[in-house]
Design a protein. Structure first.
Lengths: 229, 360
């Protein structure tokens, strides 16, 4: 089975958009996970709800909301466009943003789980030995979370490859710019005689998803071994 | 002076303790599990909050609820050695050891890293990860890590409790050296009377969140009616002695204390070395006349200093021999038969064989 240039373009675009989405969301997810796992503050339940919203929200609604806020005629979107010449709609950056927000709760959830699994007692030990909060986080918390979060980042990457609703609603379906694998499959199915192309792309998606999950498992195990010696 | 006062109520349990200790040497918190020992050290370290109280060391207050002082944990410089070591699993032994040391300003570093590594015998372990260490090795590294952080106060929370007897015997000399070399107060939590006797200068006995006895270890151990967690059969005085001479022909060792002496089975220690001898109350006989034809080697003249009748069949007699106080646990009927009373001259009789050799 050989892919057409347009299909390869979709594949590469998907890989790139997911990479930007996951890497961009990573530090934000880490901060959110840390806040939610270790801190108490007013409005914590609300923040928790907002972070997890993309899981329960129809992706189309997420895309619509992004459009309402970041569209070129929407207040924030217009300001960004005029001030920084940054445009999200009809652009692959917008697709990455949509995919990032859609997979953010998965990253936060996974990081929170690894934070909960890390021995909080060791952070106390580090503090008693004179380490400040940031130093404790970098020298103790983060390395102990690492096996979990790297594996989860790979899983989030594989999941974000499949984002469809939010992307098509927010940034539309533009070949070479926003037509990721799922959008290409959808397009192929809408095109008379496109069943073979759809099947090829679907098989590719299955392969990518599986590869991602297997890699995540292996990476998790490897890193755990490296961290714990 | 180390001055501790802690009050904390959590559910049905309340901790309400106050004690003092010297600025250098070991203050032991001793009691059964559930007495509140670990809660007390965690409160001192700042890991758990208290409702009220203070911990002061000389002019410095780590916290003081009355005066609104509460130093953040990282500024307290109180290091803890835990029962489970709590080494950082992702760091080498060396990085564990130096974790606190690196955070001390260069000019303030008084403790020599190499000296500590050699004292604890852990040079060969420096590049290993903690999970490759034995239990005893982990504790030595934990000890080194705590010490190298230049603590103002060192807390040791049952550091030997998870080790077998051989490992305990391996670690104890290191803790003794630490006690003798380090000029800092150590609070040592334990439910083991042997460890306490061997290490402590000051003894604080806890029971259900309260201090039931506190003071010099010899004085407290010689008190009447103080039942250690092991039960009344574990009661017994501790006598500070030094090795006087060895009787090699009979495989015996003579030890001396202020106002008397004891004969023990041969000890492998040099003459002059200080040891602490524990004499269990149940191993001491009381006689009014000096017995002659008797197998016991130790017949010590003294006076009844205290007498306490228990509810059951027993009585506890405190006997002053020279400057030390021995405890004897006899039946109440024997005590009545001998008409024991405070001030009465008696002889305390102890078999050499029965003297607890573990508590040297």
């Amino acid at each position: 089975m050989s892919l057409t240039p347009a299909e390869i373009e979709s594949l590469l675009l998907s890989l790139r958009i997911s990479a930007v989405a996951v890497i961009g969301a990573f530090p934000i997810a880490l901060c959110l996970a840390y806040l939610l796992a270790r801190k108490r503050f007013p409005g914590k339940a609300l923040l928790d709800g907002i972070v997890h919203m993309p899981i329960v929200l129809p992706p189309v609604v997420l895309g619509y909301l992004l459009l309402v806020v970041l569209g070129t005629r929407a207040p924030v979107g217009a300001w960004l466009y005029e001030t920084f010449n940054v445009r999200f709609v009809f652009s692959w950056i917008g697709a990455a943003l949509a995919a990032g927000i859609a997979t953010l709760p998965f990253q936060v959830r996974a990081m929170r789980l690894s934070l909960d699994a890390t021995d909080g007692g060791l952070e106390g030990v580090a503090r008693s030995l004179g380490a400040g909060p940031l130093s404790v986080f970098i020298s103790v918390t983060l390395p102990m979370m690492l096996p979990g979060i790297i594996a989860d980042a790979i899983t989030a990457y594989a999941a974000s490859l499949g984002e469809f609703g939010a992307i098509i609603t927010f940034v539309s379906n533009i070949p070479g710019e926003t037509r990721t694998l799922p959008l290409a499959i959808y397009t192929a199915l809408q095109t008379p005689g496109g069943e073979a192309a759809a099947a090829r792309l679907a098989a590719l998606s299955v392969g990518l998803a599986l590869t991602g999950l297997v890699l995540a498992e292996i990476a998790g195990r490897r890193i755990r071994r490296a961290v714990e010696g | 002076m180390l001055d501790v006062r802690l009050r904390r109520r959590i559910g049905a349990f309340s901790l309400d303790v106050a004690f003092t200790g010297p600025e250098s040497g070991v203050t032991a918190l001793f009691g059964a599990s559930g007495a509140g020992k670990t809660m007390a050290v965690n409160a001192i370290a700042g890991i758990v909050a208290v409702d009220a109280g203070h911990v002061r060391l000389g002019p410095l207050s780590f916290f003081d609820t009355d005066r609104g002082i509460d130093l953040p944990i990282r500024r307290r410089r109180i290091s803890t050695v835990f029962q489970d070591a709590r080494l950082f699993p992702h760091m080498s032994v060396e990085n564990n050891l130096l974790y606190g040391w690196r955070r001390i300003e260069t000019g303030e570093r008084r403790i020599d890293v190499d000296h500590v590594i050699d004292m604890l015998g852990i040079r060969a372990l420096l590049h290993r990860r903690p999970h490759k260490l034995s239990g005893g090795e982990k504790q030595r590294v934990g000890l080194g890590r705590a010490l190298l952080a230049h603590p103002r106060l060192l807390l040791m929370d049952e550091p030997l409790a998870s080790l077998d007897n051989a490992r305990k015997a391996e670690i104890l000399p290191y803790i003794e050296r630490l006690r003798d070399e380090a000029e800092m107060p150590i609070i040592y939590v334990s439910h083991s009377i042997e460890e306490v006797i061997r290490l402590a200068g000051t003894l604080v006995v806890l029971e259900r969140g309260r201090v039931i006895a506190a003071g010099d270890v010899f004085e407290v151990m010689g008190r009447l009616g103080l039942l250690p967690p092991g039960g009344p059969y574990e009661a017994g005085a501790v006598v500070p002695c030094h090795i006087a001479r060895h009787d090699d022909a009979n495989a015996l060792t003579h030890v001396a204390f202020e106002g008397g002496g004891l004969v023990l089975p041969r000890l492998d220690l040099s003459v002059g070395v200080s040891i602490r001898v524990r004499i269990l109350a149940r191993d001491v006989l009381v006689a009014l006349d000096k017995p002659h034809a008797i197998s016991a080697q130790n017949i010590l003249p003294g006076r009844v200093a205290g007498l306490r009748y228990e509810d059951g069949a027993y009585a506890e007699v405190q006997i002053a021999v020279g400057s030390v106080r021995l405890l004897a646990r006899i039946t109440r009927s024997s005590s009545e038969r001998l008409a024991l009373a405070v001030g009465k001259p008696v002889f305390a009789i102890i078999k050499s064989m029965s003297i607890d050799r573990r508590s040297r």
